[in-house]
Design a protein around this ligand. Sequence first.
Ligand SMILES: Cc1ncc(COP(=O)(O)O)c(C=O)c1O
Length: 430
Amino acid sequence: MGGRIHHKRGLAISKPMHCGTRGGGNLIYLTLTGWGVVMIQSLGGAAALLFASEIDGPVVGIRRHTLIERARHTVAIFPGDVLYAVKCNAHPAILEALYEGGVRHFDTASIAEIRLVRRTLPEAQCHFMHPVKSRAAIAEAYFDHGVRRFVLDHPTELDKILDVCGGGEDLELFVRLAVPGEGAVLSLTGKFGAGMDEAAVLLRRARAVARATGITFHVGSQSLQPQAFVQAIRMAAEVAQRAGGIDHLDVGGGFPARYLGNEPAFETFVEAIVSAVAETGLDCALQCEPGRYLVADGASVFARVEMRRGNALFINDGVYGNLAEMKWVGPQFPVRRWSRGEAPEQGGHAFDLFGPTCDSIDSMPGPHWLPADIAEGDWIEVGMMGAYSNSLATDFNGMGATRTIHLACNAWYNEPAPANESERRIAAAA
Ligand SMILES: Cc1ncc(COP(=O)(O)O)c(C=O)c1O
């Protein structure tokens, strides 16, 4: 395999000192946080790491260069501020990579996220985009961290913010508007957001006291319909008009990652947004809050097969760990097998996956396409796992220990399957 591993025990360095491709070969540079420093200079080296006897739990591999590139592209294309939704993946290496790629604004939804961003990236701007906050959180955000942009969707939250901050003259108050979540794989409707009438009233009140006002919405995560943004922008424009105008329009997150390969491109969403804003005559600054789109390609999760029973693979990561989205989004993620002495390999045999805890919910039904001879001891790399993976992991059943590594190899993607191929696969899996 030819991989060389250098261990320095006792060091805990989370930031890679080098990343990239050198000498035309497959350089993979890995750093194990809280464990030691490991440098591996080939794909074989990565395999050697996975098969090292000390590894007995799942591994998250972060692709820093991919994150930087994605951030650069997003910031270049979107005609306004790009706020990264920290909840999507709050690992400091992810935040640093996005900052290096030009992201300067962060959608923070809790005081812990604000503290993390301030600690990790002192120059970055935090915006408190959760519509319901404690008084203590508002106070710390405002007085200690300089946060001025707050979201609300109810009159009592407006009163609370004004009360805690001692008035609103320097505040930027955004009203969250409830919008339909059609066309999103994960709907975000039904919890937050004011109806159009209530939003107009709130905005008018906010305009009377605040330095600036805005409307924000979220069309749902992994939205597959640019039209959902168009519809939401039309609603926002009507509310803005009734309220006497807004300074900012925040079109939220929801931009899709490339799981199946047939999702509309980010550019298509941006074109739809720009033309809807022009059509409605809205005259205000734009911002967006992507999470998934910015970071999905930026990490893989590696899980080891502990047992095989027919087409069921019992692996050491699952719904309560880093793979919850494999259940809630479905079997859309690219998977490949890492076997001792072999190059990583995709396959054509359909498997169901089961996580390590005792709970039956901990299953990720397939079809997950892997080599037919996959066996105990092999590792499965689940690609496109940068979003809502380690950020959702729990310690349930004592199985929360994940190692983080840094990868310099590129992400890989599912090729869009022709329609008849998808049907064949679904029939084969039935
Ligand atoms: C307010 C808000 N903004 C942005 C996001 C990020 O959404 P996505 O990851 O779908 O882009 C979320 C996700 O829940 C959210 O609640």
